[in-house]
Design a protein around this ligand. Structure first.
Ligand code: SAH
Length: 234
């Protein structure tokens, strides 16, 4: 696994040291083990995982490096992209917010085994995290993949961002419709779209990293109580 991760990554211009590639390969073993007990990912084939989980997560590295400071990854699941980014940038503090307790236990076990001492796991819903004074407005950068449509994601992520911060949304096909449907949420939450980046995975899948910029304070009433952002999207 380590060598195909490295060759696929390097072909896409991603340079990591040997320890990082080894840690990513070990993470995949841990995901597979846990996946036999509870559902972490529908992907089971190694080649698919390399491309659709690891390479996809790592595509944000360049953008990430241009946005310094503490990262918050929302709805990390098996660790995509949060734990993968933590492996690639072991010096950079990162907090993973995940609603499901057993996934949090898994993420903590991974961090301990892989020696990622800069990583913290918070077992909470994004709506709760956004109301926690220790977390609200704390992060210059929030990431999320496959968590919610952009309008919902804005309500989850923007309260956690410091003013001037960026929400980086990993999106696939259909992102244009999500952008169109998020105009009202962006308006209400004092945010705007930055320049997004388009990528193609080696298998041909289209990916888009959308940048949402926090331009002013997030009104106190957001995020609404758990469940409301998806029940009545802004
Ligand atoms: N980011 C991962 C997992 C996506 S699945 C990946 O791309 O592979 C969505 C994950 O978000 C699940 O693990 C689910 O438990 C978690 N989740 C769903 N709603 C959430 C919320 N409101 N706050 C935090 N986590 C949530």
């Amino acid at each position: 696994m380590k060598e195909i991760l490295r060759s696929t990554g390097e072909r896409a211009g991603i340079r990591l040291d040997d320890l990082a590639w080894a840690r990513l390969a070990r993470h995949w073993e841990l995901v597979q083990e846990a996946n036999s007990k509870f559902n972490l990912t529908a992907i089971t084939e190694r080649e698919q995982a390399v491309e659709k989980h690891y390479l996809d997560s790592l595509l944000a590295l360049e953008l990430l490096d241009s946005l310094p400071g503490e990262i918050c990854d929302l709805g990390s699941g098996g660790g995509f992209p949060g734990l993968v980014l933590a492996i690639a940038r072991p010096e950079r503090p990162i907090t993973l917010v995940e609603a499901t307790e057993k996934k949090c236990v898994f993420l903590e076990e991974c961090a301990a085994e892989l020696g990622l001492s800069q990583l913290q796991v918070v077992n909470a819903r994004a709506e709760e995290a956004g109301r926690d004074p220790a977390l609200r407005e704390r992060f210059p950068l929030v990431t999320a993949r496959a968590l919610a449509a952009l309008n919902v994601l804005c309500e989850y992520g923007l309260p956690l961002l410091a003013e001037g911060g960026t929400l980086l949304a990993y999106k696939g096909a259909g992102w244009e419709e999500e952008v169109a449907a998020a105009a009202n949420a962006l308006d209400l939450l004092n945010a705007g779209l930055g320049e997004s980046r388009l990528y193609q995975l080696p298998g041909g899948d289209q990916r888009c990293l959308l940048r949402v910029e926090k331009r002013g304070p997030c009104p106190e009433k957001y995020p609404r109580r758990p469940g409301m952002p998806t029940k009545r999207p802004l």
